[in-house]
Design a binder for this molecule. Structure first.
Ligand SMILES: Cc1ncc(COP(=O)(O)O)c(C=O)c1O
Length: 344
């Protein structure tokens, strides 16, 4: 089955106001687990003070995250999900009319934010294996490029660029061009496949590493994301920090989540084990699902999205008929399997 991918930007223009009624909604790569009891308790305690404003400019959250990462708080900017932080980066570092280079398809937020900021989107098709084509992306970088986004793992395929390829790409990019390394799904990545972010940041002052609490931490509804990088670039991003922009509940949720690391790790393990089982079953049905390093699977092939929709499973659908589904809920995994098995 062909892995040729096409841009999902047409559907990305559709803003979802409410969740569709379906048996399973697997369209947003969410974590199937509700917040841990200890996290809920901490959030509830914070909400009891909801009549009070949070900090004017967030200090506690960047400090917590910086300590966890082993960097200085001056190297961290927090915001409303990775999406909010990415928008802040775009506003701080780009000018209307300049170009944003991305792999295509990619996270729907990037085409939307590019349009909002008046950027020209330079979409570089993924290769036949669903990887970002770094050589083609490098060729797409020119005088008008103001930002590059590399996702690792990539959304929607779940593929991971080899660390060495990423390193040589970063060395080849002009240092005036900022690069976002989007690691929204990094916690699902095996330790051996992670990149040494300290070493990369020491070498590349133009690098920004973007992460979120929406995926592995299961806090998508609280909207918590962050970026870390070199102090100079981070200071430029921080200049656009929204006053009162991060809730007290977000700080409580992050502190409680860090304290619950072993429980969260167990959940990650369950999600990734379920993902591997489902991928194996789907491949046995003849669907060429690429190896995913995230909490979703990309099911290539015409008719897949339609078969899922008929089975009342909401997936992220692509114009070529393929679909991306979140994994981790055993009941949903079985329903996906039954839906696509009926195609064969
Ligand atoms: C690659 C990637 N980056 C960023 C995000 C944004 O995550 P959030 O805004 O929920 O933190 C997503 C969400 O799906 C994503 O897939």
């Amino acid at each position: 089955m062909s892995m040729r991918l096409v841009d999902g930007s047409a559907s990305s223009r559709r803003y979802r106001s409410e969740r569709p009624a379906a048996r399973f909604d697997l369209s947003l790569s969410e974590n199937p687990f509700p917040p841990l009891p200890s996290v809920l308790l901490a959030v509830n305690e914070a909400l009891a003070q909801a009549n009070r404003y949070p900090e004017f400019f967030p200090l506690r959250l960047p400090t917590l995250i910086a300590r966890h990462l082993g960097v200085h708080p001056d190297q961290v900017v927090v915001g409303s999900g990775a999406t909010g932080v990415a928008m802040q980066i775009i506003q701080a570092l780009t000018t209307p009319g300049s170009e944003l280079v991305v792999g295509s398809p990619t996270f729907d937020g990037y085409p939307i934010m590019a349009e909002m900021a008046g950027l020209e989107l330079v979409s570089v098709p993924l290769d036949a294996m669903g990887n970002q084509d770094l050589a083609a992306m490098r060729r797409a970088v020119g005088n008008r490029t103001s930002l590059i986004v590399i996702c690792r793992p990539h959304n929607p395929t779940g593929t991971v660029l080899p660390a060495a390829e990423l390193t040589s790409f970063l060395c080849s990019v002009p240092s005036r061009v900022p690069v976002i390394l989007d690691e929204a799904y990094v916690e699902f990545l095996a330790e051996a496949d992670r990149v040494d972010t300290d070493a990369l940041l020491r070498r590349h002052q133009n690098l920004l590493i973007l992460r979120t609490f929406s995926k592995a931490y299961g806090l998508a509804g609280l909207r918590i994301g962050y970026v870390f990088g070199g102090r100079e670039l981070i200071a430029r991003v921080r200049r656009l920090q929204l006053p009162f922009g991060v809730s007290t509940a977000a700080v409580a949720a992050v502190a409680a989540s860090y304290a619950a690391a072993p429980e969260l790790q167990l959940r990650i393990h369950r999600i990734t084990t379920g993902r591997e089982n489902l991928r194996n079953s789907l491949r046995s049905c003849g669907i060429a699902v690429p190896r995913s390093h995230a909490n979703f699977l990309y099911l290539p092939g015409p008719g897949i999205a339609t078969a899922l929709r008929r089975a009342e499973i909401t997936a992220k659908a692509y114009p070529n008929g393929s679909a991306r589904i979140a994994v981790g809920d055993p009941e949903a995994d079985l329903a996906v399997l039954a839906a696509v098995a009926s195609l064969r």
